[in-house]
Design a protein around this ligand. Structure first.
Ligand SMILES: Cc1ncc(COP(=O)(O)O)c(C=O)c1O
Length: 397
């Protein structure tokens, strides 16, 4: 393909995705008409922000709002982030030069793309994947290079498939672990293999650790920047959104080597400047205060996951076992109805909100995403209604 053809193919892929995002918002809108909706769609935690984080924001509003807000974030928060990534992920960073605070994970994604990619550069992109990566890549005018993963493999990202997708355009690989919507945790062996590939082909790695507090069973979270030779080519994203149920506070961060982070900070300055002082103090309190709420959330998610798995087993729907995170991607290809039609039937006939796989890009039309971010009672009710709708679909075959 010449450059023009590559661009046209990329634009077509992105247009398809734009339709996916629009469809998701249509489902959210239509769900609003039902008082008894069971929400298995949105990915926002249903837990409460820790009280000490809220109090820290209140105190900051009273006493600190006149402080300067540097684009890279206040030093105390950058230091807390450096301690967190060292203790939790094994990544060594200097808070002065290798940490930048962002307005949530989404701004971090945008800035990672602009830092790592020039127009026409390829990003290896495991499918299925979180929409904001596509949305952002489109505006960075990057080229999406898909790497297919499948439910029968628990959505394992196979290193040999990653290597096979590399072309002379490839500049970076994206690794999200645990994943959204696939809930796969990349094993330490596979992570090492990905890093070896990145070194061999001189690629950057964009690592997204946003679900790293929610790891189930005996799975192990490994992050590439903690491996020998990993840090100098890796930008690692995280946020308080999931681990502390603080989606609406909009605080995230990226850590990476000083040379890449210098460019990242320049871009942050140009895009949005410093973030609100009050919310940075809230994030600081969340990171430095008691961590028991995060542990409690993991236990709750494990129980909810089991409830959904049992219901899907009863319905005879295959899935990749969620190894971490907050979602399950169920294979609905055997139901005889397309994912989008099934999602609308679930919504209109069962008042259950789910997300069709197509919203995450064309290769995912065999799936439906179920978020377990509601109470066990709601989940049980939702899965019962799911079963009723499916029985009806199957009987009218
Ligand atoms: C994998 C992944 N990365 C980043 C984000 C963005 O997080 P935030 O809500 O902090 O913008 C999300 C949100 O759902 C996500 O699933």
């Amino acid at each position: 393909m010449n450059t023009m053809q590559t661009r046209q193919a990329a634009d077509a892929a992105f247009e398809q995705q734009e339709a996916g995002s629009a469809l998701m918002y249509q489902l959210f809108d239509e769900a609003g008409q039902y008082d008894d909706i069971v929400p298995l769609g949105r990915g926002d935690p249903d837990f409460d922000t820790p009280a000490h984080a809220i109090e820290a924001a209140r105190q900051a509003m009273l006493h600190h709002v006149d402080e300067p807000s540097p684009p890279e974030g206040i030093l105390a928060l950058r230091q807390a982030i450096a301690r967190r990534v060292k203790a939790h992920n094994g990544i060594d960073v200097d808070p002065a030069t290798e940490v930048c605070v962002t307005n949530g994970g989404v701004e971090a994604i945008r800035l990672m793309h602009l830092t790592a990619l020039n127009e026409g550069d390829g990003l290896l992109f495991p499918e299925p994947n979180y929409n904001s990566y596509r949305d952002s890549l489109r505006f960075a005018r990057g080229v999406l290079q898909p790497v297919l993963t499948e439910s029968k493999d628990d959505f394992r990202i196979r290193p040999e498939r990653v290597e096979a997708a590399i072309t002379e355009r490839t500049r970076a690989m994206l690794l999200i672990s645990p994943g959204n919507p696939n809930a796969n945790v990349i094993s330490p062996e596979d992570m090492q293999a990905m890093l070896d590939i990145a070194i061999r082909y001189d690629l950057l790695i964009l690592a997204d650790d946003i679900y790293d507090t929610f790891i189930f069973d005996d799975f192990i979270h490994a992050t590439p920047a903690a491996l020998p030779g990993g840090k100098e080519r890796t930008l690692t994203l995280n946020a308080v959104s999931k681990a502390y149920a603080m989606t609406g506070w909009r605080v995230g961060w990226v850590v990476g080597p000083a040379d890449l982070m210098a460019r990242f900070k320049e871009l942050k300055k140009a895009l949005s400047g410093g973030s609100s002082i009050a919310k940075q103090h809230a994030a600081l309190a969340a990171l430095t205060g008691p961590q028991d709420a995060s542990h409690m959330m993991t236990d709750v998610l494990v129980r909810r996951r089991q409830l959904v798995l049992d219901a899907l087993d009863e319905m005879g729907l295959p899935y990749g076992i969620p190894q971490g995170g907050q979602f399950l991607f169920a294979d609905v290809s055997g139901t005889g109805v397309k994912d989008v039609d099934l999602a609308f039937k679930l919504l209109h006939d069962g008042h259950v909100l789910t997300i069709p796989g197509s919203c995450f890009g064309a290769p995912n039309e065999n799936y439906i995403r179920i978020a377990f971010l509601t109470t066990e009672e709601n989940l049980r009710e939702g899965m019962n209604r799911f079963k009723d709708v499916l029985d009806q679909v199957r009987s009218t075959g």
